[in-house]
Design a protein around this ligand. Structure first.
Ligand code: SF4
Ligand code: SF4
Length: 394
């Protein structure tokens, strides 16, 4: 196995402080103690951190499921598990989603950002309550992709939302990059549900939204949190805003059976080339793209819940021809599905992008309407027909 270490490139660094103040480096940033977790590398908006190969000479003794293993020192628990022949999926790699959490010396910790130490006891078998890093609890006036257009009143909150950290995509223009690419202290489903339920009462709304990051990572956590919310109020509407890449039919069925009433799915592209350009995903990109489109079809054919679709637009990322092809495919699945064109603005590692003009967004909306879709809105920076931030679908 090749192990790596983080190196800061001061020629590219803009001293934004994200690696120092926001990333929870498990050691000391950019020192010989680096365990190569890559959390700082993923979070840096200016590509000023490189991961370079680094030899680990010394072996240390650890226990995995009560068996002794010798693994290189100064590596992550996930690398140590892989080195010892265990399979560990690490979808976010920043300690945000806790999908890779294992019991380490009696405490559930994310394997991706925890370093191995001599004598460590790792237990991969004992199940514990799922946990996850969650932040950004807030009322939303506009809502998300999965919020029905008719509810957007622009005067008072339509739902309360929270953001689940960690993402399986690496979008260079991510608008929520702090949530997507940072981890931290985990919360239990019960705590998250308590906060959301109280906010729902304070803001007098009936809807609770999960966003991210990618909120469908760590399936057990999301399902358990929805169950807690339903126990507190059986009539609550649950809105899941997702990239759809993990939504197999059994996962969708479980979400709906647990209480999900509304879903927003971002269809990033139709072609694999565009998809990888937008998401920067290398491994598993084809599967993610296919799963997302299949999820939309499956929901439209099998579930009576509200579904909204997000389609990105920026002339540097996706062509109008591809948007038209996406519109045609969607219209075949369900002409009245709500579609929101999202204006991809300069952000994170793509501050060089030009934001789409209002005229472009209206043109893209009309292309989709021309495909037979009846409810298309476009997110814009300007008020149009008394709808701040959105064009009317009619
Ligand atoms: S996150 Fe990147 S640009 Fe910001 S201070 Fe760290 S290395 Fe520099
Ligand atoms: S965050 Fe991870 S990769 Fe970056 S310096 Fe710390 S240990 Fe190394």
């Amino acid at each position: 196995m090749i192990f790596k270490i983080a190196r800061q490139n001061l020629n590219l660094c803009r001293f934004c402080g994200i690696c120092r103040d926001v990333v929870s480096c498990p050691t000391k940033l950019f020192t010989e103690d680096c365990i190569g977790c890559g959390a700082c590398y993923l979070a840096c908006p200016y590509r000023a951190i490189e991961m370079v190969p680094h030899k680990r000479k010394k072996l240390i003794k650890i226990w995995i499921d009560r068996e002794i293993f010798f693994v290189p020192e100064k590596i992550t628990v996930s690398d140590a598990l892989r080195f010892a022949g265990f399979h560990v999926p690490v979808p976010c790699g920043v300690g945000g989603c806790f999908s890779c959490a294992v019991r380490i010396d009696s405490e559930m910790r994310p394997a991706c950002v925890t370093g191995v130490v001599e004598g460590m006891q790792i237990d991969t078998k004992t199940k514990s309550e799922p946990v996850r890093m969650v932040s950004g609890f807030s009322p939303h006036i506009v809502g998300g992709v999965g919020t029905p257009y008719v509810l957007k009143n622009y005067k008072r909150p339509v739902e309360v939302a929270c953001f689940l950290h960690g993402c399986n995509y690496r979008c260079p223009q991510c608008q929520n990059h702090v949530m997507a690419f940072t981890g931290g202290v985990a919360m239990t489903p019960e705590t998250v549900a308590e906060i959301l339920n109280q906010m729902k009462v304070v803001y007098r709304v009936e809807r609770i939204a999960f966003s991210g990051g990618e909120c469908t990572l760590n399936r057990e956590f999301l399902i358990e949190t929805i169950k807690c919310l339903k126990r507190m109020d059986n009539d609550v509407r649950i809105h899941v805003d997702t990239n759809g890449s993990l939504l197999t039919s059994d996962y969708i069925d479980e979400l709906v059976n647990t209480g999900m009433t509304d879903i927003g799915i971002d269809l990033k592209a139709l072609s694999l080339n565009t998809f990888t350009r937008i998401t920067a995903v290398s491994e598993g990109a084809e599967r993610y793209l296919k799963t997302t489109w299949n999820a939309v079809k499956y929901i439209l054919e099998n579930h009576d819940i509200f579904i909204g679709i997000g389609i990105p637009y920026n002339r540097d990322l996706i062509s109008k021809e591809e948007i038209r092809a996406m519109g045609r495919r969607l219209a075949q699945m369900g002409a009245d599905v709500q579609v929101c064109v999202l204006d991809y603005r300069p952000a994170f590692r793509r501050r060089d992008l030009s934001p789409p003009t209002v005229a472009e967004m209206v043109e893209v909306r009309d292309i989709l309407r021309g495909c037979g879709l009846t409810t298309v809105i476009a997110q814009t920076r300007q008020e149009l027909k008394n709808c701040p931030g959105y064009t009317s679908p009619w």
